[in-house]
Design a binder for this molecule. Sequence first.
Ligand SMILES: [Zn+2]
Length: 134
Amino acid sequence: MTHEQHDPNYNPNRTEDLFALTGDGYIIAQDIACQTAYVAEQPCPACGERETLRLVAQINHSFQGLNELVTVCTHCGKKTSFIFDISNDVYQQWWATIMGDAYIRPLMGRHGPPPGSSRPPSARGYGRAGSNLW
Ligand SMILES: [Zn+2]
């Protein structure tokens, strides 16, 4: 037993897909805790320093099945965004359990746009998460 299993932000049903990249280049997240943990382990993509990324904002793109964490490096001052895919079933089932009746499934799952939609994710200006990471 680890303390993580008592953390309400931790999904005990994580799978090996955690932190894999989607076809769009987003990072697969399966709960909330994993996103901040992932960011904490990344070196600054600008200066390469470790443990210098400070989380400054979270931008909710849940209508797209995405969540963006914005960090600033305490060493060089550069801003970096990490974009996580939260549209996967592992995350959504976990979130639905937490939210109960308040749960709202993302309108547009990333496993296929609704009929009539012409919404390529890259056209929304977020680009590939990897483009400013590595
Ligand atoms: Zn830096």
